[in-house]
Design a binder for this molecule. Sequence first.
Ligand code: HEC
Length: 258
Amino acid sequence: MNKIALILVLLTLSLSMGCKKKDESSEPKEIAGVPTVDEQMKEWPEEQAEKEKEQAREAGEMQEEVISEAFEKEKKIMEAEGTKEKEGGIVSKIEEKTKEMHEEQVKKEEITAPPEIAAELWNLIQTENYTMRWKMWPGKEAFYKGTKPHGALLTTYVNSIGYDAVVKKESKLPLGTIIIKENYMPDKMLGAITVMYNLAGFDPEHNNWFWVKYAPDGKPMTMDKDGTTMTLAGKVPGCIGCHSASNSGIDFIMTTPE
Ligand code: HEC
């Protein structure tokens, strides 16, 4: 029995080390003018931070539960059979379960930190060099006329993942679709960049769109509402609310392609 306890401790330790390792390697690179994730996190409301802590705590507790459950089950089998630990027994079961839990936890972390996603998305679209490599919205050229709350003049790009589906006016655009709208003032000065990113599992209730409004320097913009400052990144109620009223028939999209 002592041997099993030791294996358990080792497995738990290696799992938590695995989690730490992931955190270090996934740290986004710094880019001049773009605030680091840490800087953005500072501005992230405390309430959200608390919620994330709570989720991490719950995931940890669930993990312990699963491990002790598997342990108890195996103990019973061993007692019934009067055998020693056998191959393919508790060790592989725990390994399997912990791996699952770990993956779930990683997924959760990724979908609960919008400022981090926003920073990664900004890096991605810069690397993609979208103004050179992506097509503009079908039927629209640079600096077409926009309406409130967006810019006076707009230039909108779609990545190749979503382009054909937009042309075909599909009611659901593919996962990985990114739409970038540059919002210009009447004098063609860039005011903001609004992006819709279809991110797997991010917001199933609203077709998984990740919404963000960047300042020209790549920092997500904020808005004051009822005395609190909210970052315009993630499931932004304003964006979702207005875009749900779209009548283009296309997945929260306002502009009918031509
Ligand atoms: C009050 C309504 C309203 C709100 C709020 C709003 N939008 Fe829009 N959005 C529009 C309209 C209307 C268009 C079509 C272009 C135009 O006429 O300005 C549009 C177009 C877009 C487009 C180009 C694709 C399309 O649907 O046509 C993107 C991307 C976009 N908005 C992102 C956002 C993001 C991100 C937010 C939140 C930060 C947001 N929008 C908030 C009304 C809104």
